[in-house]
Write a protein that binds this ligand. Structure first.
Ligand code: NAD
Length: 316
């Protein structure tokens, strides 16, 4: 059986599949040629990440397809219900990238409290001529230890973020539509474990009491943080969004940065992705990454293995 990994798959995933007799093709076929390619090569399983679209028309024109796999969480690019109605398996790997996204949150947070987002822009330009001025400009850093992080959306990634936060001595509060309380278990390298029983806070309690706020909800119809919400936050709060574009009102965020309510933001996702607003890209108090939360070799390995195991179980 042939598997087309159109947006790529890790070597570990390929090896797993090949060991069970699958042939894995890693050609990146353009969207408009995909149907022809799948039919010509009699592809049984199509694996995608977020780039390739798997819509009704493609499903209708490719009768050989028995499985569609998404390496990652969101299935916005796949007509899931339609595929299932045609008896095609649709699978994803929801848990594989949680730790990687949580670590990126802390990359933005640690960078934020020490102004790295700005220092990295200005040192190459003025580091040799204005060293002392830059040293002064970035002198008032702060520590994360002892501060409160508010996590909105306490699913897999929210919980992984909480683990890091607790590990470095932060207080964690969370809010979630479904989760009232949760036991977080921190495991250390030598086998020791510590447990924290966390209770949900109300949304208002969270936004008024947090020194840093990190969003971990799925794509939403409405903003999770809008103009009114920014008004209620602590002065100097740091905001991180590594969830989905459109969960923060970016215009309200820029206003809150300009009037000093928010001290910095770390954004991995954008309202107008893949063409983020220039005002966001150019803002000196925003730490920016191009939607790379899950893009670590460890996460990609776990994604590849998780996909391979599911394909083997379902198709063999
Ligand atoms: N940056 C990246 O590269 C990257 C990678 C993977 C996932 N993500 C995104 O991270 C987000 C979270 O993923 P996850 O695996 O933790 O999902 P999850 O389903 O495990 O958790 C989401 C939680 O959010 C809660 N929730 C939903 N709407 C809410 C709201 N308005 N207010 C409060 N809570 C709400 C749900 O009850 C759920 O507990 C998703 O948007 C996902 O697309 C981003």
């Amino acid at each position: 059986m042939k598997v087309l990994a159109n947006d790529g798959i890790s070597q570990t995933g390929i090896k797993h599949l090949e060991a069970e007799g699958f042939e894995v093709l890693t050609t990146t076929v353009a969207q408009e040629q995909l149907s022809n390619f799948i039919n010509e090569h009699k592809i049984t399983a199509l694996l995608v990440r977020s780039a390739t679209e798997v819509r009704k028309k493609l499903i209708d024109t490719c009768p050989s397809l028995k499985l569609i796999g998404r390496g990652g969480v969101g299935m916005d690019n796949i007509d899931v219900d339609y595929a299932k109605s045609k008896d095609i398996h649709v699978i994803n790997t929801p848990a594989a990238s949680s730790e990687s996204v949580a670590e990126l949150v802390f990359a933005h947070l640690y960078g934020g409290v020490r102004f790295l987002y700005d220092s990295n822009r200005n040192m190459p330009l003025e580091g040799d001529s204005k060293f002392k001025q830059l040293k002064k400009a970035y002198a008032n850093g702060s520590e994360l230890r002892g501060k409160t992080i508010g996590i909105i959306g306490f699913g897999r990634i929210g919980q992984a973020t909480a683990k890091i936060a607790l590990g470095i001595g932060m207080k964690v509060i969370f809010t979630d539509h479904q989760i009232e309380e949760h036991l977080i278990s921190l495991s250390f390298y030598d086998g020791q474990k510590i447990e924290f029983q966390l209770q949900k806070s109300s949304f208002d309690e969270l936004i008024t009491n947090s020194d840093f706020i990190s969003i971990h909800v799925p794509a939403q119809k409405n903003y999770v943080l809008d103009k009114d919400d920014f008004g209620k936050m602590k002065n100097g709060v740091g905001i991180i969004n590594a969830a989905r574009g459109g969960t923060i009102d970016e215009v309200a965020l820029i206003d809150a940065l300009e009037n000093g309510k928010v001290s910095f933001a770390g954004l991995d996702v954008f309202e107008s992705e893949p063409n983020p607003e220039i005002k966001i890209l150019m803002h000196p108090q925003i730490s920016l990454t191009p939607h790379i939360g899950a893009a670590t070799s460890e996460a990609q390995d776990r994604i590849g293995i998780e996909l391979a195991n599911q394909i083997i179980a379902l198709l063999q």
